[in-house]
Design a protein around this ligand. Sequence first.
Ligand SMILES: [Ca+2]
Ligand SMILES: [Ca+2]
Length: 207
Amino acid sequence: MTETLNSWITSFKKNERGSFVLEYALLAPLFMAITFGSIEMGRILMVYTTMEGAVTEATRIAMTGSVPEEYETTEAYIQHHVKQSLENVGVDAGVTISMKVYDSFSDVGAEEPYTDSNADLSCNNGEFYTDVNDNGTWDNDMGASGTGGEENIMVMEISVDLPYMMKGVVGIVSEEKSINLSTSTAVRNEPYGGVAWVPSDTVGTCA
Ligand SMILES: [Ca+2]
Ligand SMILES: [Ca+2]
């Protein structure tokens, strides 16, 4: 009886080991996907936090209209600061920095006004438009490039096309090779006594 019991226990242990190996084989890929996925998520979060820090610092400088030493313009400092911050977390490509200036918050992202004579909701057919940003063409966003002058509204946007580090793991759930991260902020420049940017009232015609 004891022998039978012992042999049964031995066989149960063997089975248990076999079942452990099987379970491990099934769970290992999942466990690795979770581990590497967490590393990837951590990296994305780190880059995003860096972008937010950079946009805050860049806006803080631009708002005061001051040009930090060793730089010719505020824009040059911002470009350098943002790129340097991102390089520190391993991002040296795919970075876009956009600085746009507007006359008021309500103008942010708005199109240049035009007379829609043929009522087709697009500027065409020789219709007149106001070239607010003075670039010689009708735009669906009237923002002029740059940080503007005192009391102007400035919108700063940083976007990064970040290639996945763990493409193999991400490939299980997505075919995308990179993730697009973007952060922006809109502020009113301080009345620092400089010259304000003024919207242009030049009239153009749409083709
Ligand atoms: Ca039209
Ligand atoms: Ca324009």
